[in-house]
Design a protein around this ligand. Sequence first.
Ligand SMILES: [Zn+2]
Length: 373
Amino acid sequence: MSARWLSAYESDLPRIVSDLEALVRLESPSDDAERVTAVAHWIHDRLRERGVPAELRPCPPRGDAVLASVAYREGGTLLLGHLDTVWPAGTLAEMPWRLDAGRASGPGVFDMKAGIAVGMAVLGAMLRESRAQPISLLLVPDEEVGSEASRELTVSVARRHRRVLVLEPSQDGAAKVARKGCGVFHVRFRGRAAHAGLEPEKGASALVELSRFVSFLDGLAAPERGTTLTATVARAGSVSNVVPEAAELTVDARAWSRAEAERVTAGIGGYRPTVEGVSFGLEGGFDRPPLEPTTACNELYALARRLAEDLGFELGAARVGGASDGNFVAAAGIPTLDGLGPRGGGAHARDEHVLVADLPVRAALVAALVSEP
Ligand SMILES: [Zn+2]
């Protein structure tokens, strides 16, 4: 069965590659709603030309999302992905689309325009199946910047499906079965300014308090369990001879489990300054819950692994620190398997590329998964 899919997608490869080229040439930085929407329109129009029902869903203030379905009824499979990339407009001039030695390269090719091209191919093929299982494809405009504008849409669409396959890049070919939850905390300290020479004792240093807070974070983190708290941006003080009145700090927080995310959130929230006269303010928190594999997630992975074997390859399982929209849908209780996009490398890096020969293989795997009742 899987082998039949593979030969079909191998014949379809020229079109998959030309779709991929068009997608890479349409640059789509997250902060440019117009460009992201242009990609949404391009996909929407191609799918409709090919007979796949598709619609656009505005996600203000970001761009449009695309939602397409074949044989739609509740309880099908949802393919999930994103239209935006981390590359600013104009990157294509320095990092052009290239097809060379079995690799396709260009901005966003791996994360995740190759996944989009695969999703489009699978929908097209399902249309030609007489007994196609219901399948939908949702592509959102703002995943790289936290999916605030699309999160509700993603979860509400996902709830009408019985499983979600995320077409984000694979990890050296492996599926992503667990992802850390992540968040950003913004911490502000307010003390009292004083002349550093005349009467420093009258000051209350927000900077000294900030440094104590950074040490406190070290105690709260549990890197052996994968719970990391990384102080990333700090600002304090005004001029060289004044005790700093204000200081602020940004903290990147990540954890494998919801329990750890809650422990860290409570810990930071309960912090009490020890420099007398310094107050403490807090904003932010975990905005993506961890993708913690449930039994249903593990079963979905086991199924994918078996189908991959039929296609002649071993589908590994990776646990990764970065989050995706898979985190939201898994946390909503929907069986999810992430990282089903093609092999490649250099996500968010100058050598970003995908292996062209893997495009039909991944499409065949996704089609085989979708066809499992
Ligand atoms: Zn991505």
